[in-house]
Ligand binder design. Sequence first.
Ligand code: FAD
Ligand code: NAD
Length: 403
Amino acid sequence: MRKPKIVILGAGYGGLMTATRLQKSLGVNEAEIVLVNKNDYHYETTWLHEASAGTLHHDRVRYDISNVIDKNKVAFVKGTVTDIKTDEKVVLLEDGQISYDYLVFALGGESETFGIQGLKEHAFTITNVNTARKLRDHIEYQFATYNEIGNSEPLTIVVGGAGFTGIEFLGELANRVPELCKEYDVDFHKVRIICVEAAPTALPGFDPELVNYAVSTLEKKGVEFRIGTAIKGCNPDGIIVAKGEDEVEEIKAKTVVWAAGVRGSSVIEQSGIEAMRGRVKVNPDLRAPGHDNIFVIGDSSLVINEEINRPYPPTAQIAMQQGEVVAKNLTALIRNETNLQSFTPDIKGTVCSLGHDDAIGVVFGKKLVGKKASFMKKMVDNRALFMIGGTSTVLKKGKFNIL
Ligand code: FAD
Ligand code: NAD
């Protein structure tokens, strides 16, 4: 009899967690498992702000997928997914196609520019290893050429959005800039780092005391915050911002980083599976409504927090927990069991780094700042490596510069 075929799309936190759990729970004769990913490496999306600022080399944030999958049980296909034909149970790749019986959609998120003019063309994002390398190199180039050009303008870097991504990137950047100034003989006072945030506060919704700590720490390192100010446009010379109805201003900047929005994968929309901004409001067992053989997890899924009737923010923490549940549910389906597990996020906390030696966070309901929070952040980072790749991956890639 033909074995049922499980195809997992994406080797990020959700997809790789599903694959590594399935290779433990299913026997070789029970199912054929195929993992598809654009690159033959996995990257820690949660470390990309470091690679983008140049405080951590991009090779430190990635590892080979072949190191963590059992090749006897999981076949890896390097390919870019372009569409899913759900009626025919086929995934289309840029070069080829793969049929499936069960599908796990875990292609992660994409940057969302909300149609703001010029952002797609002129702003950098913090999305994957390529965007990180480009941004790091661009920033370095600005420093390398600053004196040569004989510039009267300051060397300005704008960060759009003071959400967790924006703040974590600013933490790294604020530490990197003095090093770059020294390396390229640029006067520190000629450098401006401006963070533009539309909401009335940085890190909207987070503990105000911790937000104040983060903002004042970054301000002491030279970051200027423009709070309650929205980016309205971007061009090769900088950005247009608006405060209220009438106050419109142009900020000149050779580097604009857009860290102000994420959405689900555009492949979901292409496939016709019902979604909002690329995110599928999944059933409790993580299947897409109307598609009994398709699970959607990670940043392309939407799970409602019933307590506040709002979606949970998309995080690696949730993507990994979903991967574990999907592996259990697929194992049950393959074994013709009908009881599938419902997914309930188990949020252990949130820690936001402010560079390598400082952070803020709430962990198991307890507030942390400074070195304690930074230690906790590194433990969280190492835990993710361990959960997917075990001890050997932690030893190769882990963060041990504890303090
Ligand atoms: P991802 O881990 O992003 O993986 C998606 C995978 O799919 C990638 O390997 C990608 O290459 C691949 N892929 C995408 N499109 C295609 C395609 N068309 N074809 C083939 N392959 C494709 N969350 C936390 O919980 N804690 C944190 O501290 C934290 N820090 C963050 C810091 C930063 C700078 C950022 C940007 C995010 C952070 N997050 C954090 C959020 C977290 O990274 C995401 O929620 C998480 O990565 C989502 O996991 P995922 O499996 O859905 O997607
Ligand atoms: P986000 O959506 O959480 O934050 C975006 C920020 O940009 C918001 O504060 C928003 O008010 C602001 N904004 C939106 N439009 C704007 C505009 N036109 N001009 C200026 N500001 C504007 O996005 P994110 O920070 O990229 O986070 C994405 C997800 O990843 C979230 O779920 C977050 O929790 C998670 N994440 C977690 C961590 C962590 O736990 N340490 C780190 C990074 C990201």
